[in-house]
Design a protein around this ligand. Structure first.
Ligand code: GDP
Ligand code: IMO
Ligand code: MG
Length: 421
């Protein structure tokens, strides 16, 4: 019996999960999302074109692979239907390649309004959410009020929708927030109708049956480990389990059935939205990373906050996920740096810390180790041996610190700009 391999982000999201999943898809029969929703924005580049996926797994463009949206995902039918229409416009038969869990929860139009109203009420303390209704949808899930994909097929779906909507409108009456969902609600119901042609499945059965038949499955994470609801920089996190453990609950896979865990990180670090970021740079270097790395959100277009690689945080994420292989992305963005810094410890109130603490806030001062930059263009490299020595030293240091091999290196956004060791 085969095991499920996992690709997940080790930082605050946007590590390049979409690109890597697309690259790895030819090795797998199935690609499955296990958490998150349209807050995700996964970019794929191939044949000179760029696609951004939000809810659909990043295996969708490869012929011969099935894609599954698992029970742990939250779905906005308006956004999903639009995304599917865009993929279909490229000639892909999405219906033949995509299955959706009946147990996945629905994001209602009023969840989006609740997200926006809650953020507006928080003022400066806002999370910086993507305003897709993620938090309120997961709250209704754990509060046992949610609507699920399987409910769409029930005769009393409209009644259940209206009951939940009424509850939301009552909640919204406590906010000083003006809204009008008429147009969005129409889009939402159009989305519901267009989703009816898809296969709604017990994805836990599908996945486990496939494993029995020795099929290969890759689970695709969304967001990143430091945005995890349990172990991220709470409350500045998302509302799902982004860690490897989320694969078990978000797909119905037993812990003993988890195989390789690929942890993705950028050669530096970014964050979008509010919350602590110990190695954030507010100077010209930070701006250079943003411009060279084109660090603007794939979902919201917001500029991403940029800084040096944080090994303290990376080691925490490696530990929490049981990472067996590392994947380093956007190495090319550091091409023109004379020196590159990496945080190897934190200083907090005069004390040195070598772990990611509960108080990982603005009082943390990173302790840096400096590396000589490679200072040349590595975008054309396709074989590890061709990398300059300074680059190899950087990789070797990360491997030594984390105790995990770097198995894949990315030197550009395109599928082809990838080195598999
Ligand atoms: P995801 O959410 O983890 O899938 O990542 P995003 O797609 O939100 O952000 C990653 C961005 O970096 C996208 O614009 C990718 O096209 C781009 N990208 C991925 N890998 C590389 C790389 O190695 N080099 C460069 N320069 N860009 C990359
Ligand atoms: P991918 O999958 C980066 C951030 C938001 C905000 C916080 C909570 O593309 O890596 P939410 O809308 O989930 O309630 O927002 O989490 N966030 C992401 N940041 N990449 C993402 O997804 C993100 N999804 C959510 O910016 O700070
Ligand atoms: Mg993204």
């Amino acid at each position: 019996m085969k095991k499920v391999d996992v690709v997940l982000g080790l930082q605050w999201g946007d590590e390049g999960k979409g690109k890597v999943v697309d690259v790895l898809t030819p090795n797998y029969n199935v690609i499955a999302r296990f958490q998150g929703g349209p807050n995700a924005g996964h970019s794929l580049h191939f044949n000179g074109e760029k696609f951004v996926l939000h809810t659909v797994p990043s295996g969708i463009f490869r012929e011969g692979s099935m894609n599954i949206i698992g029970n742990g995902v939250v779905i906005d039918p308006a956004i999903l239907a639009e995304e599917i229409a865009q993929i279909e416009a490229t000639g892909v038969d999405v219906c033949a390649r995509l299955q959706i869990s009946k147990r996945a929860h629905l994001i209602l139009p009023t969840h989006r309004v609740l997200d926006a109203a809650s953020e507006a009420a928080k003022g400066k303390a806002k999370i910086g959410s993507t305003l897709k209704g993620i938090g309120p949808a997961y709250m209704d899930k754990t509060g046992r009020n949610g609507l699920r994909v399987g409910d769409i097929l029930m005769p009393d779906f409209m009644e259940r929708y209206n009951t939940l909507k009424a509850k939301h409108l009552e909640q919204l009456s406590h906010y000083d927030y003006v809204f009008d969902i008429t147009t969005y609600e129409q889009e939402w119901f159009k989305g519901i109708e267009s989703l009816r042609r898809f296969k709604f499945v017990e994805s836990e059965q599908v996945v486990n049956n496939l494993l029995q038949e020795d099929a290969t499955i890759l689970a695709e994470g969304a967001q990143g480990s430091l945005l995890d609801i349990e172990f991220g920089t709470y409350p500045f996190v998302t509302s799902s389990n982004t860690l490897c453990a989320g694969v078990c609950t978000g797909l119905g896979v037993a812990p003993t059935r988890i195989g390789e865990v690929y942890g993705i990180f950028k050669a530096y670090c970014t964050r979008v939205g509010s919350g602590p970021f110990p190695t954030e740079l507010f100077d010209a270097t930070g701006e250079t990373l943003r411009q060279v790395g084109n660090e603007f959100g794939a979902t919201t277009g917001r500029p991403r906050r940029c800084g040096w690689l944080d090994l303290v945080a990376l080691k925490y994420a490696v530990m929490m996920n049981g990472v067996t292989g590392l994947i380093m992305m956007k190495s090319d963005v550091l091409n023109d740096f004379e020196t590159i810094k990496v945080a190897t410890a934190y200083e907090l109130n005069g004390e040195m810390l070598d772990y990611f603490p509960y108080e990982a806030d603005e009082n943390i001062k990173p302790v840096y180790r400096e590396f000589k930059g490679w200072n040349c263009d590595i975008c054309g490299v396709r074989n590890f041996e061709e990398f300059p020595q300074e680059f190899k030293d950087y990789v070797a240091f990360i491997e030594a610190e984390t105790g995990v091999p770097v198995k894949i290196i990315s030197v550009g956004p395109d599928r082809e700009e990838t080195i598999i060791r």
